[in-house]
Design a protein around this ligand. Structure first.
Ligand code: PAF
Length: 284
């Protein structure tokens, strides 16, 4: 595996691969790779000729009071994982290259970037959208892989790709969970034992919602009330929001129909965690 640190080198390699007819599968990450990332890399490897992974802790998607400085950066461990998984190129640029002095161009998606996580983390999705567009222009992927855990992020990226006529297929892979149900996240490493135990309520609340829908419940407010009540029983967990929305438009639903996305975000101690599930209501 080659580690590529410069943007022109990565662009040169990507162009050469495209010219020789190789299909590039791309997994953008911020490092601290876990099982969720592995499932993206393995799927990219299965679907494409070449896999490129990027590791870049993107400053523009962190708010001023967020964890940019202390975000985990275990580069040597990540590099070992990528080598073992058969990644061909690890793109690892520095902040100054991605955002040189004078940088002024940002990508914004109206209406979906500023709700839910976007409302609570102003500017977050602008940062994500901008860096992902930059990475797409550098890596020139045929397919790019994202996790369902970041549901709003995936919906935004799909929207940009469609709106900007980009020739990238966005592939979204189901959330990978720990044995007990906790969605894998680089931020889980910050949880104390007690918080780790209490954080389970998030996935349990989603399971409870699924059960309610299976039993015939179609009122979104009933699901939200159940999630709120379950979370309230855990002292370390503060629900930021729970929303029941249409999976492609992110419009809130009152009655459940079609493919329904239940989103939640919570603070567990000082750690912000998100989780979600998709329920195809008409199939149940
Ligand atoms: O999901 C992530 O890890 C990041 O938001 C991404 C897509 C790599 C952009 O920085």
């Amino acid at each position: 595996m080659k580690v590529i640190r410069s943007i022109p080198s990565m662009q040169h390699i990507a162009r050469a691969l495209q010219c020789s007819g190789k299909r590039i599968g791309f997994v953008p990450t911020m490092g601290a790779l876990h099982g969720g990332h592995l499932s993206l890399i393995r799927r990219a490897k299965r679907d494409n000729d070449i896999v490129v992974v990027s590791i870049f802790v993107n400053p523009t998607q962190f708010g001023p009071t967020e964890d940019f400085q202390k975000y985990p950066r275990p580069f040597m461990q990540d590099k070992k994982i990528c080598t073992k998984e058969g990644v061909a190129y690890l793109f690892y640029p520095q902040v100054i290259q991605m955002y040189p002095q004078g940088f002024r161009t940002y990508t914004e998606v109206k209406g979906i970037s500023d709700v839910y996580c976007g409302k609570l983390r102003p500017g977050h999705f602008r940062g994500v959208a901008t860096v992902v567009m930059k990475l797409f222009h550098i890596v020139l992927p045929n397919r790019a892989y994202f996790g369902q855990k970041d549901a709003q992020q995936s919906i935004i990226i799909r929207r940009i790709v469609k709106d900007m006529n980009m020739q990238v297929e966005v592939v979204v892979i189901p959330t990978i969970r720990e044995r007990d149900g906790l969605a894998m996240s680089s931020r889980n490493a910050y949880l104390s034992d007690r918080e780790r135990g209490e954080a389970l309520v998030l996935s349990q609340a989603l399971v409870a919602c699924r059960g309610m829908v299976r039993s015939g419940e179609r009122r979104a407010r009933r699901l939200i009330a159940r999630v709120t009540a379950m979370v309230r029983e855990h002292r370390c967990v503060k629900l930021e929001y729970c929303a029941v929305v249409d999976v492609s438009t992110m419009q809130p639903l009152q009655r459940l129909a079609g493919r329904v996305l239940i989103l939640l975000a919570a603070r567990v101690g000082n750690v912000r965690l998100i989780d979600n599930c998709i329920i195809p209501v008409s199939w149940l």
